[in-house]
Design a protein around this ligand. Sequence first.
Ligand code: 6LW
Length: 521
Amino acid sequence: MTVARNPLLPGCYPDPTICRVGEDYYLVTSTFEYFPGLPVFRSRDLVSWEQIGHVVDRPGQLDFDGIASSGGLYAPTLRHHDGVFWLVCTLVDQQDDTRGGNFLMTATDPAGPWSDPGWLDVEGIDPSIFFDDDGRVWMHGTRPAREPEWHDQTEVWVRELDPETKKLVGPEHVIWNGALRNVVWAEAPHLYKVDGTYYLLAAEGGTEFHHAVSIARADSVTGPYLGNKGNPILTHRHLGRGSDVVGAGHADLVQAADGSWWATLLGMRPYGGYHYNLGRETFLVPVVWEDGWPVFAPGVGRVPDEVEVPFAGQVRPGVAQGSGSGVVRPDDLRWTSLRRPAAEFSSARGDGWDLRMRPSTLGDPVTPAFLGVRQQHKDVDVRATVRAALGAGEDVGLTVRQSEDDHVRVFVTGADGEKERRVVAVHRQGGIETTLGELSLAGGAAEPVTLTVSARGQDYSLLAGAADEEPATVAVVDGRALDSVATGGFLGLWIGVYATSNGRPTATIARVERFEYVPVA
Ligand code: 6LW
């Protein structure tokens, strides 16, 4: 017996989808504007997870250029059928709805390569796919109701997919608007067949405080679906905003090899008030069936801190859950850039990177020279040792990023003729920049500087020092201004390095000698 500690995946891993193939479980989550997109995790026992790749990992697969933060890749669904992995997902461009849409990709190895997208002629988000035991395949998803009876009413549709042509065929059926009248955002639908009955699992209430999981069943895949009288079958909204986990919803079911049932779902852990800087994280909940309905977290009725997985002790030990501590080397799968591959502006060198500085800044919805990792722990030190012969107006720094419009930066900046190096801390809030602090460091332009973000709950200290010096505090930022409760959007925070010439032509290479991510116990 082994215990899975929740969250299964700490940090911004929302909208989890899970499937099992033999003894292996595979899980994928949303990534929005980050690249590579849609990380793929594998586990033998539901307890220990290792990342094995990404679904979207090469240019030309999808075009994210210009897509603003919290657009991009929304909730995916992963399934396996007849030796092939199928993934359906939505690319959302909030500024230009002629771009993107719902697509399907396949792979024989979930670590990749994945196919190019096949676009599906259907609107809305949260697509899912169900392989019936008669060989027929059914797509489903959610969209704003065509004839709404209430505000933010959505409708879940189902339609057949021809697995050969990968096109939708036959009539469409609208099967669900949520379990409750006036409920908003019935979404994240997934169909299953259990003992000959079709089940529709769906979220409702919106992916924030009122999030919930409901279930309905039918004798035919196209309905009519009858909701469980106990709906919603899981929510934390009645626990209030002081609950350790809020916003539980967006679940997917999986049956283990021993016949037991489990659900993955998203939730948030507020701290320092009602703020969840780590974003929407992935949790695990046990499921049993009673009277032909699933019961989530039986006897507890909420997302448990720990989940006993009876079969976990019997299989090979997996890789430690969550993330590592220490130097994040260039081959670490946690690294992400924005919208396009990091190879376009960076090269691995030793334990770090050479960043080819770009004119674009973190305020532009493009691909600035940025490389970062998710903030997965509320107490963490992130240190980057950087070195660059900066030109006038050029910056190399460390950022805590929510979006183009909301982030903080601590950076070394260059100016003609100066002997000292200037370190500046800036908060960009709602697109408006405020300088929070400044200091000067002795030493020549090309000597290394260590920049640190030291997060202790909602206090984010930004520090700087020459490599062999005690670092000095440049500013302390209140993290409550940075999470999605404060800024809007769907994301948790990232912490990363960047280099920008702030619009000027440049050929500067910024060297990141090492980047450390050290959670504080
Ligand atoms: C996801 C959907 C949702 O597609 O948030 O509000 C979206 N609802 O289920 C992004 O995670």
